[in-house]
Write a new protein. Sequence first.
Length: 190
Amino acid sequence: MDDLALSVRTARPEDAADLARIYIESWQDTYAGVISHTLLGAMSLRAHTARWQATIKRTDRNSGAVLVAEEARFGAIGLCSFGKARDNGAGYDGEIYTLYVDPAFLGRGAGRALLAGGFDAFKERKLRSCLVWAHARNNACFFYEAMGGRRVATRTTRLMGELTPEVGFGWKRLATGKQTRTLQSRSDQS
């Protein structure tokens, strides 16, 4: 596969339909066999577009943001939403709420670029650490570990009405800029 011409930017309300498509396709790809087919099939593009539009409109410099990974030829191929940690007792300042890449572009750098963009944004907001919660059976667990996240917690939550085990990955110090590129290079070699 050829290299991607990736860029990461803050999402705009007009990105909402692309983000909804990526979100739904990612869930259907990632959680097939993990979450019921009926629930995955019921995900509505219209409802998720409205949800992403609302999320984008209500974010601000203090509360967080939504990032979009774009590829020069293909447009939006990934998304990341983040803000202050929702669980103050966990000991982390910031939290990546969502990070999804179009299944057709997995393994090509969009996830790394989005995570690095989130870390950069945390540093701009004076947040020094980060937590990400992932479904315990999500292949992204390997990605977060390769990116330097440490398994720091587990919990059971409800995901689309079903009890779901989750793993928390934490970064006490956030790598940005050159540090992130070095980290990415190391994870690519392993």
